[in-house]
Design a protein around this ligand. Structure first.
Ligand code: V4E
Length: 235
């Protein structure tokens, strides 16, 4: 399993020139569609879990809490998420999160108790089923965000790989990301340092965390969900 460490930045007109100046290699341009899923009462995202299907490939981003605490500035600007890409593992992890949540509230809410039973029943079924929609229906997961992104990717060698993505989402938002992948248990401080120095090379000086595509999408299209996440300090 890997931990994705990243810092987002405002994508301005000069960034392409700066990437050339620091000899970043353009590794390609692609378009993809993302669909994100959660329960109607936002069980996953309120715990900072992000379940996504991108062009048929599933991924679950989970909050990465272990490891060293970065300094204040790095902590503010960078995010760290564990990435699960193994489909059966994603299914069992999502099922666990939902059943734990449902069990916590089951004594005070009978409709939630029904859901617990439903999840418990599903634990007896074959979870590695290739039928995507059945497991989503069984866990009462629905798509809450769907958008396309046009992405230009660059690689830099800085005592290890550093990736820079320039994203343009189809709902009118552009954002850049500097990203390092760290194998679990790998050197997190070194990764954060590589991101900070790449940001400096690119002349990025923002002190505030830059909003990701999801932030802007929810604000625009799902204001209730957005408000709940803001209130829970997830976004
Ligand atoms: C982790 C997360 C979300 C899932 C999407 O993550 P992100 O890396 O922003 O998207 P993308 O398209 O670049 O994915 P990649 O191609 O790198 O796999 S949506 C919201 N979050 C949490 C989050 C947060 N709280 N703050 C910031 C700045 N980013 C993400």
């Amino acid at each position: 399993m890997t931990v994705e460490v990243e810092r987002k930045f405002v994508c301005n007109a000069e960034i392409m020139g700066k990437l050339q100046d620091i000899e970043a290699e353009c590794i390609g341009q692609r378009q993809f569609q993302d669909q994100y899923f959660d329960s109607p009462d936002f069980i996953l995202t309120l715990k900072d879990f992000w379940l996504r299907c991108r062009e048929g490939l599933w991924e679950l981003k989970c909050p990465a809490v272990s490891g060293p605490t970065p300094d204040n500035e790095t902590q503010t600007l960078c995010t760290r998420y564990r990435e699960i890409t193994n489909f059966p593992l994603i299914q069992s992890e999502v099922s666990r999160i939902i059943s734990e949540h449902t069990a916590e509230g089951s004594e005070s809410n009978s409709s939630q108790r029904e859901q617990t039973d439903k999840v418990a029943e599903n634990e007896d079924t074959e979870i590695s089923s290739l039928d995507d929609t059945k497991w989503l229906t069984d866990l009462n997961l629905i798509c809450f965000a769907e958008f396309k992104t046009e992405r230009c990717s660059y690689m830099l060698e800085r005592e290890g790989a550093v990736r820079v993505d320039l994203d343009q989402a189809d709902f009118g938002y552009c954002v850049g990301e500097i990203e390092v992948l760290v194998p679990e248990g790998g050197d997190m401080n070194a990764a954060l340092q590589r991101i900070t120095s790449t940001a400096a090379e690119l002349g990025l000086s923002c002190e505030k965390r830059v909003e990701g595509k999801m932030h802007v999408y929810l604000q625009k299209y799902r204001p209730d969900h957005y408000a709940k996440l803001l209130n829970a300090h997830i976004l």
